[in-house]
Design a protein around this ligand. Structure first.
Ligand code: NAD
Length: 359
């Protein structure tokens, strides 16, 4: 019997519960196919937690996540809570959960499915074979450095400081090498070492660690060049590792290669194998409750969880293949359909994927 894996399931708001329900069906099917055992515990988080518990991140939800091997999150937020004070906003809970769980990296794959090449704004021949991962440092850099304003003789001046210590750089760079090892073994380290001191420390750290991973080919790419190359030759990238702000921008750029936000999974990782997995999209209040949300991003988040936290690579392959086969057969939710009148709903898409799962 496989070891029982504990998964904290946090559906959240808007389309969150709709897409998470389909991902749960995928987990169940994997148990049947592989004999794995998952213990799912559900927690309240986001707007629904504000309504029911008076806080976006109740202590019991945090405890549930800390006890778990992995967290599956839907999405949080919505217009109902947009005018709340900062501590009563769902997004404050998101920052809080990442901090409390010690998550320091964000991992976002961008895979272009052949049958969806036309959904992207780039030419199909440029996108051919694109399958990359952006690993972004989440807790340091200019977003977290000291910020202040001061008066000068030229008027008010604003200062944002960018700070990284070698420990912070080393742990994310190592993660980059480790993830590259599980894939095509190519690591692009992105920095701005021609002008920034933090980037020079970053590059030195990459070069110091690289000999420990002789099987991984390292390329240093300046961030401005990387932004261009992502549009020119996206399929040549395997794993991109970079600091917080560069990663914020590049991961959104990479996301647009794929054409639809409803297809993109993500992971936030801390030390070891613990991770929080979620779709890149938000709670989509404009379509919530209509049964038309695309559940694929959340389903692919389960595959990512299998790969990065549980080491269930074969099961991850089964899920990804099922998604590809269903798309190849022409099934589409509204967000990725060319002919919207033929699109299918959330539950139908989830069931087709579950039925397509086979070893
Ligand atoms: P969004 O991602 O929720 O929606 C953007 C657009 O994409 C909408 O038109 C939506 O209908 C569509 N879309 C998103 N996911 C889809 C899916 N699975 N299937 C089909 N269409 C989909 O972004 P937004 O509108 O900027 O934000 C809405 C709310 O979500 C806000 O409250 C925001 O703060 C929150 N949000 C939460 C997270 C998170 O929980 N991690 C992330 C981003 C935004």
């Amino acid at each position: 019997m496989a070891e029982v894996k504990k998964i904290a399931v946090i559906a959240g708001d808007g389309i969150g519960p709709e897409v998470v329900a389909e991902a749960e069906k995928v987990l169940k099917k994997t148990e049947e196919l592989f004999g794995y055992q998952f213990e799912l515990e559900h927690g309240l988080f986001g707007g629904i937690a504000i309504d029911e518990k008076g806080t976006p991140l109740p202590q019991e939800t945090l405890d549930l996540c800390k006890k778990a091997d992995a967290v599956l999150l839907g999405a949080v937020g919505g217009p109902k809570w947009d005018n709340n004070s900062k501590e009563l906003r769902p997004e404050t809970g998101l920052l809080g959960i990442r901090k409390a769980l010690g998550l320091f990296s964000n991992i976002r794959p961008a895979v272009v499915f052949d049958c969806l090449k036309d959904a992207s704004t780039l030419k199909p021949e440029v996108l051919e074979g694109t399958d990359l991962i952006v690993i972004r440092e989440l807790t340091g850099g200019i977003y977290f450095g000291e910020k202040f304003r001061r008066d000068t003789e030229n008027g008010q001046e604003a200062v944002d400081t960018c700070v990284y210590n070698v420990t912070e750089v080393e742990r994310i760079v190592r993660q980059g090498f480790e993830v590259a090892r599980t894939r095509r073994k190519k690591l692009a380290s992105v920095d701005k070492a021609n002008v920034l001191e933090t980037s020079r420390l970053w590059r030195e750290t990459v070069n110091r660690i690289a000999p420990e991973y002789p099987d991984v080919e390292v390329e240093h790419v300046l961030v401005d060049n990387c932004a261009m190359q992502l549009l020119r030759r996206p399929s040549s990238f395997d794993v991109i590792v970079t600091e917080n702000m560069f990663g914020d921008i590049l991961s959104d750029e990479a996301a647009m290669l794929t054409g639809s936000i409803g297809m993109l999974q993500s992971a936030s990782m801390g030390e070891g194998s613990f991770g929080l997995y979620e779709p890149v999209h938000g709670s989509a209040p404009d379509i919530a409750g209509q049964g038309i949300a695309n559940p694929i991003a959340t389903i692919l988040s389960v595959a990512l969880m299998f790969r990065l936290t549980f080491g269930y690579a074969e099961a991850a392959d089964v899920i990804e293949r099922a998604v590809k086969n269903v798309l190849d057969a022409g099934h589409r939710t509204g967000d990725i359909a060319v002919d919207k009148s033929k699109s299918i709903g959330t539950v139908a898409m989830g069931e087709l994927i579950v039925n397509a799962m086979a070893r």
